[in-house]
Design a protein around this ligand. Structure first.
Ligand SMILES: [Zn+2]
Length: 364
C-alpha cells in the first residue's frame, strides 16, 4: 500500500501530508488526498444532451458542461463536441488530461470499444473508442452508462463497502442496470451483461423495442408517470414532487404509481433471487417513484422474493447526481490504481497525437 501511495505521489496523482491531530495514541496515519492536477474527461451522450465532466481521482466532478441537443446526437457530433471542448479547456497549472471515459446508453463491446447498438441514439456499430482516441490522441475507454453508474455507486455512493451491489437506472430512454458480484464488476463475454431493463415482468405486457413483450422498461416507464401528472418533461426531482403531491388523492396518479411499483417489485424480486445482493440502488425516475411510497416496493419484494436472499437486502435511492460521469471517469482512473507506473507514459505524452501510447485504445 505504501509503495502504491509513493508511486501515486511521485506521479502527482495524490498529495501526501501528515495529520494535524498529533494527540492520538500511536503513530499518526499519513493523509492521502487525490490531486486535481491530473484529471479524466468523462462524456455522456444521451437523447437530450451531451454531458461532459472534468473528473478528479476520488470521484469529484470539478466542472460539468451540458450541451443540449434538439435530436439525439450522432457519434460524430459527440466526438466533435468533445474535441471542441478539449481545445478550450483550461486546466490548472501543470494539469493534464489522463484519458477519456465514455458512458453510452447502449451495448458497448468490451473487446473493441464499438457501440453495437444504442437504440435511443440510433447508433449501430459505431467504433466510438477508436474515433475518440484518434480525434483526441488520448487513451479512451467506454462502457454502458449504467455500468459506469454502478462503478460510481460502488466506490463513492450507496454501495461503498458493498461487494454485492445492483444498480438500476430509470431514464428517458428506458431502464439500464449494472451489477457488482463478489466485489467484481459483472461484464459477461462481450461486456453486455446487466440489461436488466429487458427482463420479463409481464407476459401480457406491451411490445418492447428489443423485440420482446412485457420487459421491465415497457411496464415501468417515465413517460406514463409524466403524463399522469400533466408534465411534458421534467427532472426526477420535479416528477417526484408532483407524484408526492397527488398520490393518494388523485386516483389516476395513485393507480399509475402503484402499478409501476408493483412491476418494479417483480423486477426486484428476480434481481434479489438471482444475485442475492446486499444493496439495490435505484436512480433516475425509479428513485422518484420509489420515494413516493417506499413501503409498497419494500413489501412487494419481501412478500414475493425468496425469504433467504430478501432477508438482508437494502433497497435505496441513489445519492450521486452525476454517477454516470463519475463512473466514466473511473474507467480512466482504475488503470492507474491497478498499475500506477503505467500512467507515467500517458502523463508525459497525453495530447500528442503522434505518440503511440497516447493513442492506445481500450474498452471496458
Ligand atoms: Zn425489451
Amino acid at each position: 500500500m505504501a509503495t502504491i501511495v509513493t508511486e501515486l505521489d511521485s506521479l502527482q496523482l495524490v498529495t501526501v501530508s501528515q495529520p494535524l491531530d498529533t494527540k492520538r495514541v500511536g503513530r499518526p496515519s499519513t493523509v492521502v488526498r487525490p490531486s486535481q492536477r491530473h484529471i479524466a474527461v468523462a462524456v455522456y451522450p444521451d437523447t437530450d444532451a451531451i454531458a461532459i465532466g472534468v473528473v478528479a481521482l476520488g470521484g469529484e466532478v470539478l466542472r460539468e458542461f451540458r450541451f443540449d441537443v434538439e435530436s439525439a446526437p450522432t457519434a460524430v457530433h459527440t466526438v466533435n463536441t468533445l474535441q471542441a471542448l478539449l481545445r478550450g479547456l483550461e486546466l490548472s497549472d501543470g494539469g493534464t488530461v489522463l484519458g477519456i471515459g465514455i458512458g453510452v446508453p447502449g451495448l458497448v463491446d468490451a473487446r473493441d470499444g464499438v457501440v453495437r447498438v444504442a437504440p435511443h441514439l440510433d447508433w449501430h456499430d459505431e467504433p466510438l473508442v477508436d474515433m475518440v482516441a484518434t480525434a483526441t490522441g488520448l487513451p479512451t475507454w467506454a462502457a454502458n452508462d449504467a455500468t459506469c453508474a454502478v462503478v460510481a455507486e460502488g466506490r463513492f455512493g450507496q454501495g461503498v463497502d458493498e461487494d454485492n451491489l445492483v444498480y438500476l437506472n430509470g431514464g428517458a430512454g428506458g431502464i439500464g442496470g449494472g451489477a457488482i458480484v463478489g466485489g467484481q464488476l459483472l461484464s459477461g463475454v462481450n461486456g453486455y451483461s446487466g440489461e436488466l431493463g429487458h427482463m420479463l415482468v409481464n407476459s401480457d405486457g406491451v411490445h418492447c423495442h428489443c423485440g420482446a413483450v412485457g420487459c421491465l422498461e415497457t411496464e415501468v416507464n417515465r413517460h406514463d408517470l409524466l403524463r399522469v401528472v400533466g408534465l411534458a418533461d421534467a427532472e426526477a426531482g420535479l416528477l417526484e414532487q408532483r407524484l408526492r403531491d397527488t398520490y393518494g388523492t388523485d386516483p389516476a396518479v395513485t393507480a399509475a404509481v402503484d402499478r409501476q411499483l408493483d412491476f418494479l417489485g417483480v423486477g426486484l424480486r428476480n434481481i434479489v433471487n438471482i444475485f442475492n445482493p446486499g444493496t439495490i440502488v435505484l436512480g433516475g425516475f425509479l428513485a422518484a417513484v420509489r420515494n413516493v411510497t417506499q413501503e409498497r416496493l419494500q413489501e412487494t419484494v419481501e412478500r414475493s422474493a425468496l425469504a433467504g436472499p430478501s432477508s438482508e437486502v437494502r433497497i435505496v435511492s441513489s445519492s450521486l447526481d452525476d454517477n454516470v460521469l463519475i463512473g466514466a471517469g473511473e474507467l480512466v482512473f482504475r488503470t492507474i490504481l491497478r498499475d500506477p507506473a503505467s500512467v507515467s507514459t500517458s502523463v508525459s505524452s497525453a495530447g500528442s497525437e503522434s505518440d503511440s501510447e497516447a493513442r492506445r485504445v481500450a474498452a471496458s
